[in-house]
Design a protein. Structure first.
Length: 417
């Protein structure tokens, strides 16, 4: 299957209360009404109930409350540790996704009439993978496990980030700018195409935000109005001195808006109301646009990075093997030791569809027979991933924050084009 035919993964991130879950529910029901059943993944371990069915739900695999109790953690630590535990299952999740997104099987001759092909069973390919994330953005976006989950997804499917914004709470220049800076940091951290979703347009039209993003002077005028009207910082009737509104903050916001002009150009912006469904079609148009952008601009870079990591891994293995042989003082070819027989992939995970009744009380709820055998493998692969992710975060060689500023290169290229 070519990348363009693969389903697109839409990862919804947004501050607590921005309406992520309501938005997920809306796009989910929109796709259902168009008979394009999506594959839904919930990565929020702390959510009490979700108003839609998930195919994979972190809560089926990890007991958040138990994690908090056993590790003596607060809510954020609990979410982080739950995500870490869940990240150990990423191979199984990808295995499941691959199975569900594979093209329909070819027609098979029926037993009654072997010369005639039986029509393949009804199998509508999945076109969308929807991912809900915890409201504590930083716990997901800036954690090693968030990195693992996003990287794994993006290396298998075109992936876009939908950043949900609470429009009524973004009408002042300073809250708007804070939100844009947050979006910018997520864009640079994930290096994935992003759609800004101004939600709750039934309560507040998003035209002002679109204007501020395309017309620097309009933003400056709004800033001036706020300063003169004494509502700077979003405080109606304030004295205009919040954060030194007359000077420092105002000029900082001015400069920021100039700096962010470049960033705005690479975003899709849509206004939606998850409540009424307004703007959802435009959102899906943007998803298609960003999917194409992913395939065109991001995929080659991801592949280059993957190949580079593969090469580094092989080189490292060779080096370690050489050292081992030296230590053991063994002469002769090492070829026989190089290739371990391929392992069967475990199949099950916290897939809501495949779930039998889970045992309550443990931290990891979804243990099956295969897992006992693979536990060592999982631990070592987890250890490896964590190290890798932590390394990446530190910006060491090979990590996304080292020489790999592909996004910047892309931005530069796009700017020239
Ligand atoms: N008026 C209006 N309210 C909305 C809209 N979308 C969500 N809300 C309301 O915003 C509040 C928060 O919505 P949620 O979907 O729970 O937000 P969330 O981002 O998932 O919140 P967390 O679970 O805390 O991360 C709820 O009261 C929703 O009813 C919308 O389009 N219009």
């Amino acid at each position: 299957m070519s990348t363009a035919d693969l389903p697109v993964a839409i990862v919804c991130v947004g501050m607590a209360g921005s309406g992520k879950t309501t938005f997920m529910q809306r796009i989910n029901s929109n796709l259902h009404s168009r008979k394009q059943i999506p594959y839904v993944i919930n990565l929020d371990p702390a959510v009490r109930s979700v108003p839609f069915d998930s195919n994979i739900d972190i809560r089926d695999s990890v007991n958040y409350k138990e994690v908090m109790r056993q590790y003596n953690l607060g809510p954020n630590g609990g979410i982080l540790t739950s995500l870490n535990l869940f990240a150990t299952k990423i191979d199984q999740i990808l295995g499941l996704l691959e199975k569900r997104t594979a093209p329909p099987p070819p027609p098979v001759p029926s037993a009654a009439n072997p010369t005639h092909n039986r029509p393949p069973p009804q199998h509508k390919p999945i076109k969308h993978i929807l991912v809900d994330t915890p409201g504590q953005i930083e716990v997901f976006v800036w954690s090693a496990s968030g990195d693992i989950l996003l990287n794994a997804l993006a290396s298998s499917y075109p992936t876009v980030i939908a950043y949900i914004i609470d429009t009524p709470r973004t009408t002042s220049t300073s809250t708007f700018m804070s939100n844009m800076l947050y979006a910018c940091s997520i864009l640079y951290k994930t290096k994935l195409p992003m759609i800004l979703v101004f939600n709750k347009t039934d309560a507040q039209d998003a035209a002002f935000a679109k204007e501020w993003m395309t017309d620097f002077e309009a933003f400056q005028a709004a800033l001036r109005n706020e300063e003169e009207g004494g509502s700077f910082g979003g405080v109606e009737g304030g004295n205009g001195t919040m954060g030194g509104g007359s000077g420092y903050m105002g000029s900082l916001l001015n400069s920021m808006s100039l700096v962010l002009e470049e960033f705005y150009r690479h975003l899709s912006v849509v206004g939606v109301s998850s409540m009424t469904g307004d703007g959802i079609d435009e959102f899906f148009d943007s998803v298609q646009e960003k999917k194409e952008e992913f395939v065109r601009d991001y995929q080659p870079e991801l592949e280059r990075r993957r190949e580079q990591r593969e090469k580094e891994k092989v080189a490292k293995r060779e080096k370690e093997l050489g050292r081992l042989m030296k230590d053991m003082n063994v002469s002769g070819s090492s070829k026989s030791m190089r290739k371990a027989p391929p392992k069967e992939e475990p199949e099950t995970v916290s897939d809501a569809e495949d779930m039998e009744d889970d045992e309550e009380g443990g931290m990891m709820l979804d243990d099956d027979e295969d897992e006992g055998e693979d536990i060592d493998d999982q631990e070592s692969s987890l250890d490896h991933r964590y190290r890798k992710a932590l390394k990446d975060n530190r910006g060491d060689e090979g990590g996304p924050s080292g020489d790999d500023f592909s996004f910047m290169r892309y931005m530069h290229k796009a700017n020239l084009g």
